[in-house]
Design a protein around this ligand. Structure first.
Ligand code: HEM
Length: 102
């Protein structure tokens, strides 16, 4: 969707994301519509599902989401090939340590 109010069940983050207005829900400021915290990626392999609503089950699907950037007016497609997608997923796994304490 390029402009206007998203349909219920969609938002600028992608079709699978729920209609959550993000920071706007707290501040009621129009500028905060669809603003979400950019999360740390430390130990990200241990914390599926991903995004604010848990709508993306795996890291590979997150990378594919960024790679396609469909239905999102804020992102440009990355045009990564399958090997580059896998390399980026491997990088994300490298951000997870092997000495995590409970
Ligand atoms: C290829 C580059 C990128 C990769 C691999 C990447 C990776 C990720 C991952 C794995 C998550 C999920 C984190 C979680 O749910 O715990 C995430 C979420 C997020 N990323 Fe990125 N990211 C990239 C580019 C960007 C850029 C350029 C921005 C901002 C300009 C950004 C902003 C965000 C935000 C705001 C979220 C949270 C979205 C939500 O809660 O729905 N990311 N990213």
């Amino acid at each position: 969707m390029s402009s206007g109010k998203p349909k219920p069940g969609t938002d600028p983050g992608g079709e699978s994301l729920t209609l959550d207005l993000g920071r706007f829900e707290h501040t009621q400021l129009k500028i905060d519509r669809f603003q979400f915290k950019t999360p740390s990626l430390r130990n990200v392999a241990l914390t599926p599902p991903y995004m604010h609503d848990g709508s993306i089950p795996t890291l590979k699907e997150v990378v594919q989401f960024y790679n396609r950037a469909e239905g999102n007016s804020e992102l440009l497609p990355l045009h990564l090939d399958e090997g580059e997608v896998d390399a980026l997923v491997a990088f994300l796994h490298s951000l997870t340590g092997d000495q995590i304490t409970e």
